[in-house]
Design a protein around this ligand. Structure first.
Ligand code: SF4
Length: 88
């Protein structure tokens, strides 16, 4: 995992460019935007991952979008091919 750029530890928490940031949440596992700092994981795109997942999926998540669009495109095709084979 790549390190979090420009991150510093302050008495208030971890800061990047003067902004306080919060660690990643479980839903972030597998996302390419996760960065490591001080044995914790942070998002390279969003300061507060937990609020990104509040009430829905994170719209920056690389691991979720790929899965969703691949399923939507591939599964109907596979299903119809399987159905066609079964008929022969
Ligand atoms: S982009 Fe979203 S899912 Fe990915 S690490 Fe950041 S908050 Fe988590």
């Amino acid at each position: 995992m790549a390190p979090l750029q420009n991150a510093i530890k302050t008495p208030e928490g971890v800061e990047v460019n003067g902004f306080l940031i919060s660690p990643c949440v479980e839903n972030c596992n597998g996302c390419e935007r996760v960065r490591a700092f001080e044995n914790q994981e942070f998002c390279s795109s969003y300061p507060d991952p937990a609020s990104k997942w509040n009430g829905g999926k994170c719209n920056f998540a690389t691991h979720i979008k790929v899965e969703a669009s691949a399923q939507a495109k591939i599964n109907p095709l596979k299903a119809s091919k399987r159905a066609a084979k079964g008929r022969k």
